[in-house]
Design a protein around this ligand. Sequence first.
Ligand code: ADP
Length: 348
Amino acid sequence: MNSGIRFDSVTVAYDGNVVLDALDLTVEPGEVMALLGPSGSGKTTALRAVAGFVRPVSGRVFLGGRDVTDLPPYRRGVGMVVQQYALFPHMRVEENVAFGLKAQKVAKGEIRGRVAQALDMTGMAAYARRHPRELSGGQQQRVAIARALAIRPGVLLLDEPLSALDARLRSGMLAELARLHRELPDVSILYVTHDQVEALTLADRIAVMDSARLRAYGTPRELYRSPSDEFTASFVGNANLLPVTVGEEGVFFGGRRIKVSGQAPGAADTLCVRPHLVGLGDGPNQLEGRVSEVQWRGATHRLYVDVDGHRVMADVRELKDPPSHGDAVTLHFAPDDAVLLAAGGSHD
Ligand code: ADP
């Protein structure tokens, strides 16, 4: 079946409003690509363009190297799972899973086996005779995934598949999706989410969307360790973003000279340091400030420290004797752990 997805300058507009602006993106065969971004940034629209539910005003969509832009959804060989399960309430689980196969006119004898296999893969074999209303939210979502897998798609589209579940179920399902991905090494998965943890956990690569545009893409580690712009830095993980001046004499934050490893982009004006890489006490790149807030988070303390009117967050290992509001503290970070970001990076 088809595998691999390519967006070639895909633009989608509703009533003349461009909601997806010339998207160029390739999902390799067998790759999980997360589309990560705030609500309204165009993620679902991109997914729907692959499924064939919206038609681009320009650009082409390719599946497995084949231009499918003009094909109807049922001829594209993609499986899709949306947030709200969308099971047929009057049909039993097995009928729901068989639905796509019947539509594809798969032989009756084969349907039975494929349904059983899809239910097996999602751990729902024991529930085949139930109706959706007799299942929990997590179980319903498993059935929806089984239904998508039954057609043996080359491409699986997942649109916020976990956001209707509570936090505990979500992390369990996340592990299951990772397992399914291992069991289906040839299936390309496009995974829409606004949740950075889901994207970091599951994706081989992340595409960050912002206002109808692709802002950045790369492996989770690349985007986390060396984000290209402020938007990406703050959307993929927490970030301290400090205003700096960069010149021949070096990098300065307030009057302090800051040591940063690595190259500065053209006109850098922002320094990004992850809160967990900021330490308490003396060290390289020292910052003196006053504690404005302390949050105990179990394994860590999150300190908010006011440094010359700028808020710096530090996530430090749980302290026996944490500082209090108003205390003077010293923070530091290693030159290797800071990244310079280009000026105006968030809205170019
Ligand atoms: P996301 O998935 O990132 O939340 P969407 O792709 O759903 O974003 O939506 C992008 C923009 O397109 C939003 O401003 C949304 O209101 C608009 N939009 C989505 N679907 C339609 C539609 N059927 N008609 C008009 N506008 C739409």
